[in-house]
Design a binder for this molecule. Structure first.
Ligand code: GLN
Length: 337
């Protein structure tokens, strides 16, 4: 995957973020870096998504002090889609604990598209991880609540707490996906047949479809990501949304599968947990530092925003975020070298 950042100086992830003005400058440069890449296609398998303006492009960084650095269309609304999977996973993980969720939903990469039925069949009906549809449906089924309405209320309140403002469903997107989501209904039925979903599978799909239709902006994604970067405390509202160990687990599952079958390439190039959605958003987390939200609707064949990946790659390098990057340590007095 060539994201065109070979020329960007690689800073290492240890140490603080650059000064505020420098972050502003680098966010603007990330947008300029990625803007020429008008390739890719807007998703159209959910009919209403095909109407998105492909020219929209916004990049936002929110640091763990709650400072926002935004350039471009960071207030443009779009449906959160698959990015919701990461945050619903966090809510369920908070409620049920590490072991139960790891057992029920799995953590390994499928190597297959997000809506793969084969991934489920090849794994004896056990979903592989919560970042692809089978595992995400199994996760939504585990959301606390005595009814689908109560589960939905938990999700809407939880994702709103991550964003620090009330998030609403885009009804047009919800209706468009609800009318065309036969494949997700089939996956839910298959989960039911394997005893992996105990609720009415169609009710689970309905709640999942609503969570995907929640309307967000690139700025919201950056705040949501910054909350996962900040031990679960929303750095803008100060609310503890989930526990720090829940963030740790959430970032691990995002790292292994946040960009579907391109997750390995993403980790190699960007070195951070991220989650993309088919409407063109990507949220990326630099633990202890910041969240990055990007939005640009044109996608690569795996369903990941083309410009969004480029802008994030630029920022990972230029802001020193790649968690795998290190410089040789300068030996200090008393060192064993
Ligand atoms: N709601 C979409 C689906 O389930 C989300 C997919 C995505 O963003 N990759 O098909």
């Amino acid at each position: 995957m060539d994201l065109g950042v070979e020329h960007v100086e690689q800073r290492v992830a240890t140490g603080p973020l650059p000064a505020q003005e420098e972050i502003d400058d680098l966010v603007a440069r990330a947008l300029t870096h990625a803007t020429p890449h008008g390739e890719g296609a807007v998703a159209d398998y959910i009919p209403v998504l095909a109407r998105a303006d492909p020219a929209l492009f916004g990049v936002c960084v929110v640091d763990v002090d709650g400072h926002a650095h935004a350039v471009g269309d960071t207030q443009a609304a779009f449906s959160v889609q698959s990015i919701s999977k990461a945050f619903v996973y966090a809510l369920v993980r908070e409620h049920l604990g590490h072991d139960v969720v790891a057992d029920r939903v799995g953590v390994n990469n499928t190597g297959l598209p997000f809506n793969s039925v084969m991934a489920l069949e090849l794994n004896g009906g056990h979903p592989l991880n919560p970042m692809v549809n089978a595992g995400a449906l199994a996760t939504t089924a585990l959301v606390p609540g005595a009814s689908a309405d109560e589960q939905w209320a938990t999700i809407q309140a939880g994702l709103s707490a991550f964003a620090g403002r009330p998030l609403e469903v885009d009804d047009e997107v919800y209706r468009s996906e609800a009318a065309t989501n036969q494949r997700n209904r089939a996956i839910a039925r298959l989960l039911e047949s394997y005893g992996r979903v105990e609720l009415d599978p169609l009710a689970v799909v309905d709640v999942y479809t609503r969570q995907c239709a929640l309307s967000v902006t690139a700025h919201d994604l950056a705040v949501m990501g910054a909350t996962l970067a900040d031990g679960g405390v929303n750095p803008v509202t100060g609310e503890q949304v989930v526990a720090a160990d829940v963030c740790r687990d959430t970032l691990a599952v995002m790292a292994t599968n946040g960009l579907y079958e391109r997750s390995g390439e993403w980790l190699l190039e960007i070195g951070l947990p991220g989650k993309s959605g088919v409407s063109g958003g990507i949220v990326t987390i630099a633990p202890g530092k910041a969240g990055i939200g990007v939005y640009s609707p044109r996608l690569d064949p795996a369903g990941n925003s083309v410009r969004g990946q480029r802008a994030t790659a630029y920022l990972s390098r230029a802001l020193g975020l790649n968690i795998f990057a290190s410089d040789a340590h300068v030996p200090t007095r008393g060192s064993h070298r």
